[in-house]
Structures are given as C-alpha cells and as structure tokens.
Design a protein around this ligand. Structure first.
Ligand SMILES: *[C@@H]1O[C@H](CO)[C@@H](O)[C@H](O)[C@H]1NC(C)=O
Ligand SMILES: *[C@@H]1O[C@H](CO)[C@@H](O)[C@H](O)[C@H]1NC(C)=O
Ligand SMILES: *[C@@H]1O[C@H](CO)[C@@H](O)[C@H](O)[C@H]1NC(C)=O
Length: 262
C-alpha cells in the first residue's frame, strides 16, 4: 500500500512558518508600535494614526502598506483612550518639543508664579481656577480634584459649567465633569470655599450657539429668574458655595455682548 502524500500538510507548515517569519520581521521593523514608552508616542505624531488604526480596524480591513501587523499586542483600552485624547488635542494644537500639547505647558513640574502673596491687594482672597477638562484632554500630569494642594487658597473655582442657550439652565460643560463636582466640593473646609465658575472665554466664541447667551440671559428679569432657580439647584445638588459668572465680555459685540449689557 502506498503511503498517502503528505504535501498538503508540509505546504501548510511551510506557509505558516513563512507568515510567522514575515510577521516577526515586520514587528522588528516597527518598534514604534510597541507600547513600551508612551513619551515616544507623544512626540511621534505620525504614530497616532497608525496606532489608532491598528487598534480599531479589524485585521481584514487593514492596509498592509500603512498598518502595522495585526496583533498590536496588548494595547489596553486605557492606553488607547490616552492616545485618542492626545490625538484630539493634537489636531487642534501642535505638540511642543517636550511632547506636551501647545498651550498646555510642559510635561514637567514648574514652580508656581509668585504674586504679592499677603500684599493685601486681593482682600485676603487667593483664588485658583481648576480646569476640569485637564482630566480628559491632557496626556500627562492630569490632576483630579482630590490631588489639588489646597493649602494656599481661600477659594477654588471649578472651571467651567455651561448654560443652556434657550432655558438658561446651568449644565455641565462636559458629561465627564459630573463625577468631579462632588470630589471638588469635598475639598472645602473652614479656610477654603469651593465655587462653580460658569461660562469662560470659549463659551462666548463667535460661531458658537452660546455666543449671545449671557446677553440674552441678563436682558429680562424672567430669563434671570430661570437662571437663578437652576443655579440654586445645581449648587445645592453638588455642594458649591458660590458662583463666578465668567462672562467674556459684556458690552463687547465681537464676543456676543451689546451696549445694553452694562
Ligand atoms: C493613561 O493616562 C493616565 C493618566 O495620565 C495614566 O495614569 C495611565 O498610566 C495612562 N495609561 C497608559 C496605558 O499609558
Ligand atoms: C504657600 O505660600 C507660602 C508663602 O508664599 C510658600 O512658602 C509655600 O510654598 C506655599 N505652599 C504651596 C503648597 O504652594
Ligand atoms: C439673543 O439675543 C440676540 C441678540 O440680541 C437675538 O438676536 C436672539 O434672538 C436672542 N436669542 C434668544 C434665544 O432670545
């Protein structure tokens, strides 16, 4: 009896070894795809697209000319969301030579500025604005409310909450801010108050739906009443002790204001 030929099995084995060899070769040619050093990714902007494609596109749809090999090993969802966050930023801002987004400073600890501490120019108030969006927009040095060193402040302002342009209700600027509110107001003590700041510069940017919202809100007593009532509920729900109306700027037509504002 003739032994049946084993060529098909051999061919499969040879093919598999070939694929394995090709695969390990392309892996070794592509060290930038390995998530060992996140700083390296941050400064290599082009890697974002490749990594995100690899992380999100099924292997069958990958383009062999630009996509790295399939098993982009174990990119954690945490890692991918960090990359996504930095990509979102970098589409608006260039990265600087330190690998941080332009306008967000450095990925370094820098000493705080000193400005007339105890000089009596602020009626004894030392106010800090906490920029909540740092927790989802920044790549590095994210600061959650519980990490704020509060010792030198009399007031901390949570920046920012938003306003509904038609109902004048106080609303979160981003849904990811909501879990931070109580963490922030939990910082208050006998020497420190925690306030909500509403609006901010971007809120009155031309072309936004909120461009004239401050002006509309303040123009009638019934609009003001709607705002005040919503503000009271918002503050008591989350434990804020005061409000900073950050309107930039009243009476400035380029920023949605009008003469009647003042
Ligand atoms: C994502 O960012 C957070 C906050 O900066 C950091 O703690 C975490 O280690 C990062 N995750 C990865 C996988 O790089
Ligand atoms: C608080 O202010 C004092 C006096 O200016 C300064 O020496 C100290 O370093 C400050 N503390 C913090 C945590 O910034
Ligand atoms: C807000 O004010 C602008 C400018 O006065 C006006 O054109 C617009 O109709 C107002 N919007 C609302 C919702 O009242």
């Amino acid at each position: 009896m003739k032994a049946s030929p084993r060529w098909p099995q051999v061919a499969v084995l040879v093919l598999s070894l070939g694929v394995l060899a090709l695969f390990s070769q392309s892996l070794s040619r592509s060290p930038q795809y390995q998530p060992a050093n996140s700083q390296k990714f941050v400064s290599a902007r082009d890697s974002f697209d490749l990594i995100r494609r690899a992380a999100t596109i099924p292997p069958t749809q990958q383009n062999p000319n630009i996509d790295p090999p399939v098993p982009i090993i174990s990119l954690s969802s945490d890692y991918i969301s960090n990359i996504t966050a930095s990509k979102t930023q970098s589409s608006r801002r260039a990265l600087n030579s330190n690998g941080a987004e332009e306008g967000f400073g450095l990925c370094k600890i820098v000493p705080p500025p000193s400005c007339a501490y105890g000089g009596g120019t602020t009626n004894g108030r030392t106010i800090g604005y906490y920029q909540a969006s740092n927790t989802y927009n920044r790549v590095c040095n994210k600061i959650s409310p519980s990490q704020i060193i509060t010792s030198n402040y009399t007031h901390l302002y949570f920046a920012f909450a938003s306003l509904d342009p038609s109902s004048y209700a106080v609303t979160p600027a981003n849904s990811q801010d909501v879990p931070l509110y109580k963490q922030f107001t939990a910082l208050k003590n006998s020497k420190l108050q925690t306030w909500i700041a509403i609006g901010g510069f971007d809120f009155s940017d031309p072309g936004t739906s909120s461009f004239t919202t401050w002006s509309n809100l303040t123009s009638t007593s019934s609009n003001r009443a709607k705002f005040i009532s919503s503000l009271q509920s918002f503050m008591s729900q989350y434990g804020f002790q005061g409000v900073d109306l950050d309107w930039e700027y009243p009476s400035t037509p380029e920023r949605g204001g009008q003469r009647a504002d003042m």
